[in-house]
Design a protein around this ligand. Structure first.
Ligand code: SF4
Length: 323
């Protein structure tokens, strides 16, 4: 049976996604992987896993899809700004398009029934299958025996007997299978997606509400720097170290760049359509407050000829800090 049926398996690099590949191979499929890349999660772990599994990996830029789902998630968010049900369904839809384009027979995932309360219960797995448009061609090899047989199983191309019946949140069967298959390198199940992090979610929500998510560079910058929202509506992106300051200097076109010139300190970008003068004054004071101005006898001087007089206190800015 080996090699007669071709599966395209979603590969995050996590243990379940790696196990899915090996279980499908045991059931007679030849398998390639697909992963999705956005500013919120990338394919680093998937690439490592594909290398260890010895399979081809397809990479799909998923940023535009993910942003549309964050702007309007039909099934809502999880605990943070993570539209997991819709995100997962859209990934499967995109994988389905690749399946058709490249001549695969089915799409597979490492989902386990009942493992995640929001996205991996029977109802949401059904929603995902329906809204992905892949009815009968979506195989979940780790829980397949608990689900209706799929077309490749019914056609006898995929050996249902070799597929599994794992359910629930316990991980013991997966750990035992990992040992059996010699899979040793996998990240923790929860890690990897910034959309599930509360702090990142607050920054994303603020950007969505004030400037929208249309500027991809601003979205990409969410992963770096401190954020403030000033009373006039302007945003401040403030570097936390030399690396972030250098990144922000390269993004000066996104707003008004501020940096101290007579003492060490952070680089900031003030964003917003028209930055009101009072916001610019506050942003300059913020840069001075975070600079190493303590031993300075004179005013802090910033790029653009802006001068900030003492005192240089961070306290007034706490209420403007997003996270
Ligand atoms: S954790 Fe992130 S990548 Fe995974 S389904 Fe949820 S939103 Fe999508």
């Amino acid at each position: 049976m080996s090699g007669c049926v071709k599966g395209l398996s979603l590969l995050s690099g996590g243990l379940d996604s790696q196990l899915a590949v090996r279980v499908l191979e045991q059931a007679g499929a030849s398998v390639e992987g697909v992963c999705f890349s956005t500013p919120f999660f990338d394919c680093t772990a998937a690439k490592r896993a594909a290398g260890a599994l010895g399979i081809t990996l397809h990479i799909i830029d998923f940023t535009d899809d993910e942003i549309k789902l964050i702007e309007n998630p039909p099934h809502g968010f999880g605990g943070a700004m993570n539209p997991c049900i819709d995100c997962h369904a859209m990934m499967i839809r995109r994988a389905g398009e690749l399946m058709v384009a490249k001549g695969f027979d089915f799409v597979a995932t490492g989902e386990v029934m009942g493992q995640r309360p929001m996205s991996q219960n029977k109802q949401s797995m059904g929603i995902v299958e329906k809204s992905s448009g892949l009815k009968g061609r979506l195989v979940r090899p780790l829980s397949a025996k608990l689900l209706e047989p799929t077309i490749p199983e019914l056609e006898g191309k995929l050996d249902r007997e070799k597929l599994l019946d794992i359910s629930g949140r316990k991980r013991d069967r997966q750990i035992a299978l990992a040992a059996e298959f010699g899979i040793v390198d996998y990240p923790s199940p929860a890690g990897g997606c910034k959309l599930t992090e509360d702090g990142f979610g607050r920054k994303l929500k603020d950007l969505l509400e004030h400037e929208g998510l249309g500027n991809r560079e601003l979205v990409e910058l969410l992963a770096v720097a401190r954020r403030f929202r000033l009373p006039g509506g302007s945003g401040v992106i403030l570097g936390r170290d030399q690396n972030e300051n250098a990144i922000l200097k390269g993004k000066a076109h996104l707003g008004v760049l501020l940096a101290p010139v007579n003492c060490p300190g952070p680089t900031a970008i003030v964003t917003g359509r028209d930055v009101p003068p009072e916001d610019l004054r506050l942003a300059a004071a913020l840069v001075a407050a975070y600079s190493r101005s303590d031993r300075l006898e004179e005013d802090v001087l910033l790029t653009g000829g802006i001068s900030v007089p003492r005192p240089y206190s961070r306290d007034p800015f706490k209420e403007f800090q997003i996270c």
